[in-house]
Design a protein around this ligand. Structure first.
Ligand code: C5P
Length: 238
């Protein structure tokens, strides 16, 4: 993304229990933020209506549904999601059958498909418990390869893996990175965290930031701080 601005790269996760709360936050953030993520929590509280309203107001919207089901269901769910005219949709990147079904469902829509590689709250121990013999970086790379092969536009991965994905796959494949924290701040339930600088410098196109902005005393000031960190990383990268 050579010409994108810091604002294009910051995605704020609207993880909140009620639509009114999300609307208040969006109004407060105003022109500071242009890209929002609507996930599972808000989905069950009117999140799709808000997603449509955000889009109508010129914002970009990432629908974080993390789909995983049999191929037929994934294909038809993605086909319906594509009708919403939103920007990004996530599908779990566990296997080629699911990924290819999603690509078929997307059809000619411009909505970008992103594969969730390994959730950023999972550690090597958690993967062992799932029965995986790979550690997080290797499983992320394996799934990034599958996503590329299936025709996905990119992946969700932690900033700890961004550099290896970029090296393996090269430019033109989106890397979107959650688990972002400023140095010294609380990690919440996240495990494979990185700073915004590290994520951007090592190849991430977008960072996803939730609680460090949404639960800040002054969310707008917090968003501006993240934007400043992104700007500094972009200037080093270019
Ligand atoms: O509050 P926080 O910044 O930790 O929020 C991160 C957001 O990114 C959440 O909405 C979470 O669902 C999402 N996410 C993640 N790890 C992934 C994929 C998505 O944390 N691998």
């Amino acid at each position: 993304m050579p010409h994108s601005t810091a604002k294009d790269r910051l995605i704020v996760a609207l993880d909140m229990p009620a639509i009114e709360e999300a609307q208040r936050l969006v109004a407060h953030l105003d022109q500071s933020v242009s890209f929002y993520k609507v996930g599972l929590e808000l989905l069950f509280a009117g999140g799709l209506d808000l997603a449509r309203a955000l889009k109508a107001n010129g914002k970009r919207v990432f629908l974080d549904m993390k789909l995983l089901d049999i191929g037929n269901t994934v294909e038809r769910a993605v086909a319906n999601a594509a009708e919403l005219g939103l920007d990004f949709l996530t599908v779990h990147g566990h296997d080629l059958k699911t990924l290819r079904s999603a690509v078929a469902g997307r059809g000619n829509s411009k909505m970008k498909l992103l594969a969730v590689t390994v959730l950023t709250n999972l550690t090597e121990e958690d993967l062992k418990q799932q029965g995986s013999r790979l550690d997080p970086p290797d499983l992320v790379l394996h799934r990034a390869r599958l996503a590329r092969e299936a025709g996905f536009d990119g992946v969700i991965a932690s900033g700890q893996e961004a550099e290896r994905i970029r090296t393996l796959i090269g430019p033109g494949f989106l890397i979107v990175t959650p688990g972002i924290r400023l140095t010294g701040s609380t990690t919440d339930d996240q495990e494979r965290i990185t700073t915004p600088e590290r994520a951007i410098k090592t190849g991430a196109d977008h960072i996803v930031v939730g609680r460090p902005i949404t639960q800040a005393d002054d969310p707008k000031a917090a968003a501006e701080t993240f934007l400043q960190h992104i700007r500094e990383a972009i200037s080093v990268r270019s």
